[in-house]
Design a protein around this ligand. Structure first.
Ligand code: NAD
Ligand code: ZN
Length: 357
């Protein structure tokens, strides 16, 4: 059986495209009549973005705190806040990076499905169609704008797992590259690299799909153009990064060894996803020689530094958590290393790599 793949049905792409949000939201208001909920990355608090949004009486504008990556507990708090104001909104809009978009996806599912966020961590657990939702990325690279998941950490269960469902897919994307201009340079590279890592890991694995390969190849080549150029944040590159992220998000396949090591760092040290991927690749020179070399060159070229020693002098318990948080990802590890991946990555080897970061 071949999988029946769902994509985002509509997108608008181009400089200044945010101006079209009003028309799209207006259509939703006609359809249902309830208020609109805007989830905006907290970076934009006090900035002029809010004034550019089509907010009306009865709508809610919620600044999403993305200091930590989205947790199931925080999703429950946001869901209660949205529910408190009205019956399900006619539309939800996310303006931000992966964390804000994932929060919007999770809460839109919770508006029409009973229970808590953690009840839907897994595959195909969302039963009722969610609230209509629009993604407006202000940071590109995670592909959250078009993927079928929203990654949530469950602190109690020590679990990082999304609501994997066709219902989690946005209904509309507005890609306005200008919105990413204010992203700090290192953050732009860390999140942009998520596309690069995801796609090259897929392309170097054994589980393959021809459409995914085609999208991933193009996304990797665009990332090479961007991060090997003189200025990764030139106007052309802001555009390219948004397109690469979109294609990377559609290229959903199995990842490889970078993402498991990155997950270990997130679980043990609460490190954010993009930068954790970057640290992971720095110690995988034997597993991905070409991409490792290219990535180190990109860092140098863009003058972005990864300070060393992040896993030095940790407790035995911390090293255990790093190891367990890595080795648990057997599908991804075997995609690159085969079913005997534990022989290639015995515990001492994994810990030695973390110590080198
Ligand atoms: P993010 O959303 O956590 O944001 C990173 C930082 O950039 C924040 O400080 C934020 O305030 C700031 N920021 C965002 N836009 C800005 C702008 N225009 N100007 C200035 N600052 C801005 O970062 P991210 O890397 O986009 O997302 C990471 C999250 O995405 C993680 O939680 C990860 O698990 C998730 N993720 C989801 C998927 C998916 O398919 N759903 C895939 C990969 C990662
Ligand atoms: Zn990723």
């Amino acid at each position: 059986m071949y999988r029946n793949v769902k994509n985002v049905p509509y997108y608008i792409f181009g400089k200044g495209a945010l101006a079209q949000l009003g028309d799209l939201v207006f259509e939703r208001r006609k359809a249902k009549g309830e208020g609109v909920v805007f989830f905006v990355d907290h970076f934009f608090r006090g900035k002029d973005l809010a004034a550019r949004l089509p907010v009306e009486r009865g709508d809610q504008l919620i600044y999403v705190d993305v200091t930590d990556e989205p947790s199931t507990d925080y999703m429950d708090v946001l869901a209660a806040q949205v529910r408190g104001a009205s019956s399900p909104p006619c539309c939800m809009v996310a303006l931000g990076g992966g964390a804000t978009m994932d929060s919007c996806k999770a809460v839109a599912n919770l508006m029409t499905n009973p229970g808590l966020a953690e009840d839907y961590q897994g595959w195909e657990l969302v039963k009722n169609p969610p609230v209509y939702k629009i993604a407006v990325p202000t940071l590109a690279g995670t592909g959250s704008e078009c993927s079928r998941t929203c990654v949530l950490s469950n602190v109690k269960k020590r679990l990082k797992l999304g609501m994997n469902s066709d219902y989690t897919v946005f209904d509309q994307i507005i890609m306005d590259p200008e919105l990413t201009r204010t992203v700090p340079r290192d953050q732009f590279l860390f999140t942009g690299m998520d596309t690069y890592m995801h796609c090259f890991e897929t392309l170097t694995g054994v589980y393959r799909n021809r459409i995914v390969d085609a999208l991933a190849e193009k996304a990797v080549s665009m990332c090479e153009d961007i991060f090997l150029s003189d200025d990764m944040m030139s106007e052309v590159n802001l555009e390219k990064m948004m397109i690469a992220s979109y294609m990377g998000g559609m290229a959903t396949g199995y990842v490889g060894v970078v993402h498991p090591f990155s997950a270990g760092l997130s679980v043990a040290l609460h490190m954010h996803h993009g930068i954790a991927n970057c640290y992971a690749l720095t110690v995988l020179e034997d597993i991905y020689p070409e991409h490792h070399a290219q990535f180190m060159h990109m860092l140098e070229r863009q003058k972005v530094k990864l300070p060393g020693g992040i896993c030095k002098n940790l407790s035995t318990e911390d090293y255990d958590t790093l190891y367990n948080g890595t080795i648990v990802h057997d599908n991804s590890l075997s995609n690159r290393l085969g079913p005997d991946f534990k022989k290639i990555l015995p515990k001492e080897n994994v810990i030695e790599r973390f110590k080198r970061m």
